[in-house]
Write a protein that binds this ligand. Structure first.
Ligand code: SF4
Length: 359
């Protein structure tokens, strides 16, 4: 039986979309950025760049949460491991390298208690079964923030004291603002993150439209992505920009107010550092005073000092869309997934990992 996904991978629909794109892409160049790391992976996996006309340039943006987490915060997690805590994490943090080459996988093989979980709630279960400190690696954007905040809410309700969370979560509006102000980028439109929008709603993209660029929220299948590219081409050609929801099977235009309420209950906005990008005002989520006891960095008194620079690594330029991963001199030689130099090569949503895996 055909699944719904099959329809979004239909070869004939894709061919027709491509024909339309070729016909309507009459300008010298169209430059679009996909903000979300999952889109970067999907575009690479389905070979979208290779089938598009050469005057359509797709660049990756800063939407891989693991990639934008500063080195000192990654090293702070390793400090917590060394203090003997149980670490509960999603799988893609396992091989993110520390400043001294260590990673969670290596630490686990040397005896650290590092467990891969599939939901923040798994961390609650672990904490209930032990007296040891459990640290959940909370990471992501608005997509994961409600579930991570939910962990703190449940822990508080249940009176669980031996659990805490790394305060890695970041938010999209501020980094989008930074991209919009960057003259160097020359972007005509954004493929906007589907899952983030499921929480925030389309309002998030008003500044993009006001700046005279296209904004299309879309899913992760070839038909989703090609339809979005066609929509952006049409907006650029007409000069009439609007935020379009091309992922209405998952995303409501107004987002999810309940999820936003959970975030606002637990977190408050705070400026934070983005690896390779710098400090962005109000772009981080910090625990409010009543939930501060769940801040792992506070609880373990870790140092957050250190340099983000990794010699030769150009993750910052990749994350800002200045260069393609293959333009980094270490790509594929000094830096490969088995021996990554920067996080963009190791994260499951990293642009360098996508380019290496799918070519
Ligand atoms: S190829 Fe490796 S070193 Fe170069 S930018 Fe990507 S992650 Fe960094």
């Amino acid at each position: 039986m055909a699944s719904m996904i099959d329809g979004f991978r239909d070869a004939d629909i894709c061919k027709n979309l491509l024909k339309q794109i070729e016909k309507e892409a009459t300008k010298d160049i169209y430059r679009f950025m996909e903000v979300c790391g999952s889109h970067t992976m999907a575009i690479a996996k389905f070979g979208i760049k290779s089938i598009l006309p050469s005057n359509i340039d797709l660049v990756s943006g800063p939407g891989c949460p693991v990639c934008v987490t500063p080195q000192c915060e990654i090293d702070a997690l390793f400090d917590i491991v060394q203090q003997g805590a149980i670490i509960a994490t999603f799988g893609d943090m396992m091989r993110v390298p520390g400043a001294n080459g260590e990673n969670l996988q290596k630490m686990k093989s040397e005896g650290a208690d590092v467990r891969i979980v599939f939901s923040p709630l798994d961390a609650i279960k672990i904490a209930e079964e032990t007296d040891k400190e459990v640290v959940f690696v909370g990471i992501g954007f608005e997509t994961t923030a409600p579930a991570v905040a939910g962990l703190a809410l449940i822990a508080k309700q249940k009176g669980i004291k031996n659990i805490s969370i790394t305060p890695y979560n970041k938010t999209m509006p501020e980094v989008l603002g930074l991209l919009l102000a960057d003259d160097k980028l020359n972007i005509n439109g954004f493929v906007c993150p589907g899952h983030v929008t499921a929480v925030t709603g389309l309002n998030l993209y008003r500044p993009i439209v006001e700046a005279g660029m296209a904004a299309v929220v879309t899913g992760f299948e070839p038909v989703d992505i090609l339809t979005s590219i066609l929509e952006m081409i049409q907006q650029v050609n007409s000069g009439e920009y609007k935020a379009v929801n091309n992922y209405s099977r998952v995303v409501a235009d107004e987002g999810n107010w309940k999820a936003r309420e959970i975030i606002d209950t637990v977190y408050e906005k705070q400026g934070c550092w983005w690896r390779g990008i710098g400090f962005i005002k109000d772009s981080g989520l910090a625990f409010k005073a009543e939930y501060k006891e769940y801040d792992a960095f506070d609880k373990f008194r870790v140092s957050l000092e250190g340099d983000d620079e990794i010699e030769g690594c150009m993750c910052g330029d990749v994350l800002k869309g200045y260069i393609k991963p293959t333009e980094c001199t270490l790509f594929g030689s000094g830096c490969v997934p088995e021996n990554p130099v920067g996080p963009c090569m190791v994260s499951s949503e990293g642009a360098c990992a996508a380019a290496y895996k799918y070519g």
